[in-house]
Design a protein around this ligand. Structure first.
Ligand code: ADP
Length: 193
């Protein structure tokens, strides 16, 4: 199964992806995690992405598309994947569709987690406070300034994908304000698992 999780920062994509991968038996591919890994290892991609990510802006399409195509060509992704954080621009979506078509595969579903912006701000503040209290590391883009940039990037560059995937007949929208377990059930029922 080839699935995309779509939703604004803080909508719960990462949390939900972890909860459903076990049922699906396909890997969870998070472009945010891939890029943070590259930053930590100080690879050329990491060096190019670091400042952009800290600001909350989007990393270039070329870099991200390259990372994803390389990752999905690995054997564990042959039967499918759950993508979290990609695509984030129409160009990424169209290039990705074309690349999948070349290999004779296609997306099965795009699951959108819908959460109003006010709730997203509350969640991010809560997540940062909880991490601080537990002595856990805080993401360098989890601060009000960068979060605002991330939300703007979502609204202007990523939200158009909702219509794009709706027109392809792939989109299913789930209320991301429901309790975590209920969101998971809704996602699984959209996948009929
Ligand atoms: P969140 O969903 O909480 O915003 P992610 O962990 O998915 O965070 O991504 C963190 C950052 O990584 C983004 O703000 C952006 O800078 C970069 N990034 C991740 N995925 C992409 C992508 N598909 N295109 C461009 N930049 C990306």
């Amino acid at each position: 199964m080839r699935i995309i999780l779509l939703g604004p920062p803080g909508s719960g994509k990462g949390t939900q992806a972890l909860r459903i991968v076990a049922k699906l038996g396909v890997p969870h591919l998070s472009t945010g995690d891939m890029l943070r890994g590259a930053v930590a290892k100080e690879t050329p991609i990491g060096r190019a992405a670091k400042e952009v990510m800290e600001r909350g802006d989007l990393v270039s399409d070329e870099i991200v598309i390259g990372c994803v195509l390389e990752r999905i060509s690995e054997p564990d992704a042959a039967a499918g994947f759950i993508l979290d954080g990609f695509p984030r621009t129409l160009r990424q979506a169209k290039v990705f569709d074309a690349e999948l078509e070349k290999t004779g595969s296609k997306l099965d579903r795009v699951l959108e987690l819908k959460v109003v912006e006010a709730a997203l701000f509350d969640r991010i503040i809560h997540r940062t406070r909880a991490a601080k209290a537990d002595g856990l590391p805080i993401r360098s883009d989890d601060n009000p300034e960068a979060f605002k940039v991330r939300l703007d990037a979502y609204r202007t560059q990523t939200e158009p994908l909702v219509e794009y995937y709706h027109n392809c007949g792939l989109l299913r929208t789930i209320d991301g304000l429901l309790p975590v377990e209920q969101v998971t059930s809704c996602l699984l029922s959209e996948l009929q698992l």
